[in-house]
Design a protein around this ligand. Sequence first.
Ligand SMILES: *[C@@H]1O[C@H](CO)[C@@H](O)[C@H](O)[C@H]1NC(C)=O
Length: 316
Amino acid sequence: MGMENQTRVTEFILMGFPGHPLTRVLLFLLFLVFYILTLTGNFIITAVILCDRHLHKPMYVFIGNFSFVEIWYTTTTVPKLLSGFLIERDTISFAGCFLQLYFFFSLGATECLILTTMGYDRYLAICNPLRYSTIMNSKVYTNLALSCWITGFMIYVIPIVLIANLPFCGPNEINHFFCDASPLLELSCSQSHTIEIICYTYTSILIFSIFFLIMVSYMNILLAILRIPSTTGRQKAFSTCASHLIVVLIFFASIIFMYVRPTAKYPFDLDKVIGVFYAILVPLINPVIYSLRNKEVIRALKKTMWSRIGFPKMSH
Ligand SMILES: *[C@@H]1O[C@H](CO)[C@@H](O)[C@H](O)[C@H]1NC(C)=O
């Protein structure tokens, strides 16, 4: 607090997870394993979907893009977190901090938009099967995927420029493992809370509208599934959508908990734990939920792997 110290902060210190050196090394190893698994899983899925021509269909193109976003989404936070475990004083420059914030939020927004598109795509496929292939032709799904990226990278430009222009006069210790919006807003020495309120309102409206759109798609899907007469048809449709819905619910539960709230604060260590959920764990389990439960992806995966290793054919 206090405006007496008017020097501008030039770097921030990320507190991360302080603790005994041994605990930190163990956490380093744990998160390193998570990170390697996340990269491997998402990279394999992206590559398989790009390489297998049978998977050049809207649903897989979206899943491929989703996995590709996940690779970059975790990469904005985890490498810095990992290096922080090994050094005493983990600093990040002012510009670096806001770049991290920008990419984290933009990639997160892109991810939400792709999830929305996937919901809409499944809605069309299940509720409008006869017209599906004409509506969702290759031009349409390419444009949809592109617009998720473009919109995702534009949505947060203004809020982040606003936050970066707030006065930061110290202290400069961020009690979090990356430059997230709420600990940064907390550090600003601005007397007015206008920007803070604008940013929370903006994010809340955005998150709730996207969540609402996704839920409308899945509600319609659910109603359509209940009307399918055959049990096997019902089960098949249900199992794809259930896995999509699980990812959506975990992701939105954590970001709603984190970002849709007034200035009332949770204890910061709880923030860090939730941060681990949406920044690290969701990208880790996504490939499993989205793809490995999907027979076509598994089939393509086996085919690609066996043909690379040199076996001529793989019986199922
Ligand atoms: C992402 O979407 C674009 C546009 O539809 C597509 O060309 C590209 O292959 C997709 N990427 C992946 C990894 O599926």
